[in-house]
Design a binder for this molecule. Structure first.
Ligand code: SAM
Ligand code: SF4
Length: 376
């Protein structure tokens, strides 16, 4: 089983926190769609005889596409790749695009999961992040998607915002829970260089939330979602009734995936490939039949480090049995030595030779990951 990721690199406006590759110039949309289709067709041999279990339209803003454009892409994918009968097809959608007419159109496609970029139900938060929607649209878009018949809906939320109080965050969580969605992704705000928030931070216009407040918000998120029957299956991802994101789960399980479009990544166990993060360069190279990507062959060390990155933050954890079967003894020894320190400090637990992060460990997972890495 394998996955397909399709990057739609357009946004009507840019949010203050976001560093995903996107452009606000829609002038090249038709050329992009042509080039995207060319890439989809040209790479068909890379996943021969592999059933596609998930397709994920990410962005940018995939919901800026017209229904015909989405259908054209999916028809082409279906012609060149072997889709599993129960393939999960997700579209990332922004609330302001989810009109009744658009949702009705989406229901006529084979898309069967929506990931709605709600971010917050609070008007002040939404304004400060430069989102295009307000709290009313946040609510109505999710209800409209449910009314249109979508039964597998995920919503994205961001916490750890400057000055965000625990009460305001809790109100957001409660609102999300009241909507009865199947999946919630809740991300702590990251300040990425090149974004407006990063610039504000450097200029002292905003202040990072203190660590204690972030930890409090994180803990409240875990307890409220657990009470409501959600299972945390990755540091930022929660599902009811095992409605895990099949695309993300496959990524964490190191299944093969192909990524189409500018900035999209691909992985086939032995190598990683990433397309250029520039629509102009992507189109130019495609036209001149030149490579628009770079590839890296993964050494054993890279593969071990990849296993740490993809497994540490999931509920499935890191298995020493898997390590022993797949890696030289020096990697296993390094892992056990470093991991045991964190077992002693209760940041990691170890059961049946599987190491998992505790709640305290989840909060310092970057630091733990760094120490588990093997760097020669
Ligand atoms: C590809 S992005 C956005 C998809 C869609 N265009 C939208 O805006 O809803 C996927 C998600 O990553 C999260 N995200 C992006 N940048 C982030 C940041 N700097 N900190 C925390 N979460 C972030 C947001 O929750 C966002 O919905
Ligand atoms: S969060 Fe979504 S809408 Fe906002 S800039 Fe990023 S990709 Fe575009």
């Amino acid at each position: 089983m394998a996955g397909i990721y399709i990057h739609i690199p357009f946004c009507k406006t840019k949010c203050h926190y976001c560093d995903f590759y996107k452009s606000t110039d829609f002038g090249a949309k038709t050329d992009f769609l042509g080039a995207l289709k060319q890439e989809i067709a040209e790479r068909k041999n890379e996943l021969q005889n592999e059933a596609i279990a998930s397709i994920y339209f990410g962005g940018g803003t995939p919901s800026v596409l017209k229904i015909e454009e989405i259908n054209d892409i999916l028809t082409l994918v279906g012609e060149h790749y072997q889709l599993a009968e129960d393939v999960e097809i997700t579209l990332e959608a922004n609330p302001d695009d989810l009109s009744e007419a658009f949702l009705e159109g989406l229901k006529t496609t084979i898309i069967n999961r929506l990931s709605i970029g709600t971010q917050s139900f609070n008007d002040h938060d939404l304004k400060s992040m430069n989102r295009r929607h307000n709290s009313r649209q946040a609510l109505t878009s999710i209800r409209a998607a449910q009314d249109a018949g979508f039964q597998n809906i995920s919503i994205d939320l961001i916490y750890g915002l400057p000055n965000q109080t625990l009460a305001a965050w809790e109100a957001n969580i409660d609102q999300a829970l009241a909507l009865n969605v199947q999946h919630i992704s809740a991300y702590h705000l990251t300040y990425h260089e090149g974004t407006v928030f990063y610039d504000y931070l450097k200029k002292g216009k905003i202040k990072e939330l203190p660590d204690e407040s972030s930890l409090e918000q994180f803990k409240r998120l875990l307890s409220r979602l657990e009470e409501a029957g959600f299972e945390q299956y990755e540091i930022s991802n929660f599902a009811r009734n095992a409605a895990y994101s099949r695309h993300n789960k496959a990524y964490w399980e190191r299944k093969k995936y192909l990524g189409f479009g500018p900035s999209a990544h691909s992985f086939d166990h032995q190598s990683r490939r990433w397309n250029v993060s520039s629509l102009r360069k992507y189109l130019q190279a495609m036209e001149q039949k030149l490579p628009y990507w770079e590839t890296e062959i993964l050494s054993e060390q890279d593969q071990y480090n990849d296993y740490m990155i993809t497994s540490l933050r999931t509920k499935w954890g890191i298995s020493t049995e898997y390590l022993t079967q797949n890696f030289a003894a020096k990697y296993v020894q390094h892992f056990q030595k470093e991991a045991e320190k964190y077992v002693a400090s209760k940041h990691l637990s170890c059961e049946n030779k599987v190491y998992k992060l505790s709640v305290e460990g989840l909060f310092i997972s970057d630091k733990i990951m760094e120490e588990l890495f093997y760097i020669e």
